[in-house]
Unconditional design. Structure first.
Length: 473
């Protein structure tokens, strides 16, 4: 007979937390707080946070208050910022300060940075001297820097210690450390001189000095680095923790994989939103106010809308040709779509390649050559499809012209040229933005598509004027 697994905790799907919401609400309404506490205690912190976020504000406060103290800070760190602020308002200054002080230093700093200055200052004043100093130190780094991610809870040893002494130190202080996977070696001034995996220490002879395990090679981040650098380095070297040093080489903290994973998700979300032709949202979609959504999306849409004036100007400039061969206008949507889609594809590929450091500006010629060759292959394919469309439509009343083949060749050749041009624009534009210090993700799909509308129409009508002169024009 199988015995139940005592203490087993399983992840709860998001959809399931919504099913549990009525049951939790029932326990709150009946004031069955012990049952509510027991029900929440068997769930993971992230699942408890999801559950609390589904409840009405007044019920969310009750659910949070009944949580065991040992998990309340962890659950609080998993909540979305608006919910955190709402709970802090209900809990009062004294309990809020204790709750925030129990959070991990980097999570604590991130929350305080989002609160009004007077509120954050009042809470920090109630921290212990040590936590107050650590929090202020983290908040002293730039908002998007590696310094905002660090934790001071790590294990450090000296090179002249024996393995036995190092293990005693780890057993004594390791329980409060963020991770003990890596042990960091410092000199008498506090400068980082090496890092050692815990496995090497555990398997070494107790009498061996730490210095014998050192290879004097280590990977470290600077506190002033952009936090995206932590994502790149952590991914490149497959580490669970990285030391962070200041400009003098002093070890000021470590960055762990879970915090870097959060940054990677935020940066990816931001890039995706920018590629969609908008400013990155400051909060999750469901909690973003309508006014904020309007501000983030309206500016880009208005700019792109006004850029279409150039498209109208191109149509007006070639008005005489259109009046002679109205049939040319029928293929304008297909023409501009081929350029916009091609440019969008190339821009998306390059933005991602730049983000993960697969390419740099130095490789611009290799990129251009690759895109030209790719554009030629794609252009031939779409050109043949375009000619086929003209041929098929010529058998219908939609395209009634005695110059079917000249028209088909014009459409096909224009598509061929536009696709190559779209590949170049889409690939070079992100590199150019990166070169001048702007975010390559700003070369969003709508922006590239709009640029291709203008240039694609110009190419189309110029090709038509050259190839159809004496026949349709």
């Amino acid at each position: 007979m199988q015995r139940p697994l005592s203490g087993l905790r399983l992840p709860v799907p998001t959809s399931f937390t919504q099913l549990l919401e009525p049951e939790m609400q029932r326990l709150i309404d009946e004031q069955s707080f012990r049952e509510l506490r027991d029900a929440l205690s068997v769930m993971e912190a992230a699942d408890i946070a999801d559950m609390i976020e589904t409840l009405p504000p007044e019920s969310a406060v009750v659910a949070f208050r009944v949580l065991p103290r040992e998990i309340s800070a962890t659950v609080f760190a998993e909540l979305e910022q608006p919910v955190q602020e709402s709970l802090l308002e209900e809990l009062g200054t004294e309990r809020s300060s204790r709750l925030i002080e129990a959070m991990e230093p980097d999570d604590r700093a991130a929350l305080l940075d989002e609160l009004p200055v007077e509120v954050a200052t009042r809470l920090i004043q109630r921290f212990s001297p040590t936590n107050r100093m650590v929090t202020r130190a983290i908040l002293g780094y730039p908002a998007e820097s590696v310094g905002r991610l660090i934790t001071p809870d790590y294990v450090r040893v000296r090179s002249d210690w024996s393995i036995e002494k190092a293990l005693e130190h780890i057993r004594r202080y390791g329980r409060n450390a963020e991770t003990v996977d890596w042990v960091f070696v410092i000199d008498h001034e506090g400068k980082l001189i090496d890092d050692i995996h815990i496995r090497d220490i555990l398997l070494a002879d107790p009498g061996t000095p730490i210095g014998a395990l050192m290879d004097d090679e280590y990977i470290a981040l600077f506190a002033a680095d952009d936090r995206e650098e932590a994502v790149r380095v952590m991914n490149r070297y497959d580490r669970t923790a990285l030391p962070v040093v200041d400009s003098l080489g002093l070890l000021v903290g470590i960055v762990t994989a879970d915090d870097v994973a959060d940054v990677a998700e935020e940066e990816f979300t931001e890039d995706v939103q920018k590629l969609g032709g908008m400013e990155a949202l400051d909060a999750p979609y469901m909690t973003s106010p309508v006014l904020s959504m309007f501000k983030k999306r309206g500016g880009w849409l208005a700019g792109l809308f006004l850029m279409q004036v150039f498209t109208i100007s191109i149509m007006g400039f070639f008005d005489e040709q259109l009046s002679k061969a109205v049939v040319l206008a029928l293929f304008v949507p297909m023409i501009i779509a081929s350029g916009g889609n091609t440019g969008t594809q190339a821009a998306s590929l390059l933005v991602r390649a730049i983000a993960v450091e697969e390419v740099t500006l130095k490789s611009w010629w290799s990129i251009m050559r690759k895109e030209i060759l790719t554009g030629i292959c794609l252009g031939i394919t779409l050109a043949l499809l375009g000619m086929g469309v003209v041929w098929i439509l010529s058998a219908t009343p939609m395209v009634d012209t005695p110059h079917m083949w000249p028209l088909a060749f014009t459409v096909g050749f224009a598509v061929f040229m536009i696709v190559i041009w779209g590949s170049l624009i889409g690939s070079m534009f992100p590199l150019l933005l990166d070169r001048v210090g702007l975010d390559p993700a700003a070369s969003s799909s709508p922006l590239v598509a709009t640029l291709m509308d203008v240039s694609g129409l110009t190419i189309y009508f110029v090709v038509a004027m050259v190839l159809l002169r004496g026949t349709m024009l």
